[in-house]
Design a protein around this ligand. Structure first.
Ligand SMILES: [Zn+2]
Length: 567
């Protein structure tokens, strides 16, 4: 036994001896439980049980249903949900919450605004929470399409509209990765002074001008503003019921005005997350995939990552899961030498791997390439190949039944989304084929792919799955819709598999981590919530790890993003 071990054991004995004294001062300490009664808990368990009460203890569900209710236990706090509908905490298996947290200015989600007037009301409400003179921004995750039903032409808010909605703060809003954008008068004055051309109507052209504007705002950021940004992003997520994110990284930043909304510093991007973890200020679970893009066929960065980092490492709040959503190779082009090498390395290291598919052909290249790596391992006397590694193909708007079967045979899964197609989809750019995928029996789960080209709200994503309609109200995926229960199962029970955590997350069952969402209305009832109202659902009470992280039961919480929603 070393001296250090002796000291550690000594400390443990002292700590144990101190326990009774602590217990006497407050015998509920560490023993509190939370009892939620009179709800309609859709547990999403294998039997589709619906119960009316649960007990939460030490961050887990201790009782589900009428048993073990501990009536009258003075260490138990009881909350009457007054008949409200409850679902498991929503798991977003593919998004970019870290990038969202890094937005400069006071980021303002516009995804719930269905008109210019609602977008302006959202910005006004946000500005009322922010000291005058500080930037109000909205970067990515919205589209002009959502402000105007088909066939009314779309447009951004004008400089006059933005200036009268937000007179005392500079404003910059920008679509997608690269713009275009728009500014109010205060914003325009700053940009013009710094060499960014701004149109008479406040418009800022895509690429050069929009990205220079973004670069200028990023120059003003500090670790403190990045921490605030991530806290705002988590608060927004909790308010719409998202409790767990699997972050899929960002493109490696160059550090100049060529970087878009989805670029970040590949190492420093996680500083704010790490700081909030240390300070115990995380209100969502944020699990991480590392995105790798490099052209060198030897993929030295990916090699170093696999050599020096741990997969499946962390706790239930922050955990490194795997590699994704790219495994080396040039952007949008899987199949080349660096992608092949990277894929081999990830397989040999036994890590999870995720790639995205957007086109009518890329999924064939990826799945055939994964099959080749699998076959190489089998030939090398590793008979399981990649079959137990749960490799995931994401988005897959055009996946075919043939390739779904191939991936299923490789032990893989499909991550599907709705918000992206809702924002900008069309008759030609539609899918994914939800119905065909579900019928195939392959593991399938929902994600948002927010928040550059897509929205975060699971209710907007589910609206698209259930109706097949885009933001302009045009049906584009009508032959591939799902019913409401099948759809939300993809966001809850099914997503446990996508985090290697189906024993911990995704359903309301005894022993699982206590994450749940009390909804503003009954999602399961078309009478209470017509199809068009699905996208306006939100949380009135969100619990993560047994703790209340969002509470709007009395309707008094004036979150800026509700300005665009029916109250
Ligand atoms: Zn993505």
């Amino acid at each position: 036994m070393t001296m250090r071990t002796k000291i550690l054991i000594g400390a443990a004995v002292l700590a144990a001896a101190a326990q009774p004294a602590l217990a006497r001062s407050d015998d509920c300490e560490g023993n509190e439980s939370l009892r939620l009664v009179n709800g309609r808990f859709h547990t999403m368990d294998a039997r589709d049980s619906v119960v009316n009460s649960v007990v939460i203890q030490n961050g887990k569900f201790a009782a589900v249903g009428p048993h073990g209710m501990n009536e009258g236990d003075r260490c138990t706090r009881s909350v009457n949900l007054r008949g409200r509908t409850v679902v498991p905490g929503i798991i977003d298996n593919h998004n970019h919450i870290v990038l969202l947290g890094l937005r400069p200015g006071h980021d303002t989600r516009l995804e719930n605004a269905n008109s210019i007037a609602e977008a302006l009301a959202t910005l006004t409400a946000r500005a009322s929470q922010v000291p005058a003179g500080e930037w109000i921004t909205s970067i990515g995750g919205f589209s002009r399409n959502q402000f105007f039903p088909d066939p009314v032409p779309t447009r951004f808010p004008t400089i006059e509209e933005l200036s009268s909605a937000v007179p005392d703060h500079p404003v910059f809003i920008m679509e997608s990765f690269f713009g275009p954008g728009a500014a109010n008068e205060k914003g325009r004055d700053f940009f013009v002074t710094n060499g960014v051309p701004v149109g008479a109507d406040g418009s800022i052209a895509a690429f050069g001008p929009s990205l220079t504007a973004l670069f200028l705002l990023r120059q003003m950021q500090t670790l403190e503003t990045q921490k605030r940004g991530l806290q705002d992003a988590m608060t927004y997520a909790a308010g719409i019921g998202v409790t767990t994110h699997l972050d899929q990284g960002g493109f490696p930043a160059v550090g100049d005005a060529s970087d878009g909304a989805a670029n970040f510093h590949k190492y420093r991007a996680y500083d704010s997350l790490r700081a909030l973890l240390r300070e115990r200020k995380l209100t969502n679970r944020i699990w991480i995939n590392f995105l790798h893009l490099e052209e060198d066929p030897a993929t030295p960065e990916l090699q170093a990552r696999l050599d020096n980092a741990f997969n499946e490492f962390g706790d239930d709040m922050v955990r490194v899961l795997g590699i994704g959503e790219f495994t080396a190779g040039p952007f949008f082009l899987p199949g080349g030498p660096s992608w092949q090498n990277g894929t081999r390395l990830v397989a040999a290291a036994g890590w999870r791997n995720e790639n995205h598919s957007l086109s009518t052909s890329d999924f064939r290249v990826i799945i055939d390439g994964w099959q080749a790596v699998h076959d190489e391992l089998v030939d090398a006397d590793k008979p399981e190949g990649i079959a137990n590694l749960r490799w995931v193909l994401a988005h897959v708007p055009f996946i075919t039944p043939e390739y779904t079967e191939k991936l299923k045979a490789l032990g893989g899964g499909l991550s599907v989304l709705g918000g992206w197609r809702w924002l900008t989809g069309s008759d030609a750019q539609n899918g994914p084929p939800f119905r065909d995928i579900l019928a195939s029996g392959i593991p399938v789960g929902m994600s948002s792919d927010g928040m550059q080209i897509s929205t975060m709200s699971p209710w907007i994503n589910l609206y698209y799955v259930v109706t097949g309609r885009n933001a302009r109200g045009v049906p584009i995926n009508a032959a591939q819709t799902l019913n409401r229960k099948d759809a939300i199962r993809l966001y809850t029970a099914n997503n446990g598999w996508f985090l290697n955590a189906e024993d911990k997350l995704g359903t309301i069952e005894v022993g699982k981590l206590a994450d749940l969402v009390v909804l503003s209305a009954d999602y399961f009832s078309p009478a209470a919530v017509p199809d068009e109202a699905i996208k306006d659902l939100r949380s009135v009470l969100t619990i993560v790890n047994g703790k209340i992280v969002y509470d709007d039961r009395d309707g008094s919480r004036r979150d800026y993003w509700k300005a665009g929603l029916p109250q």
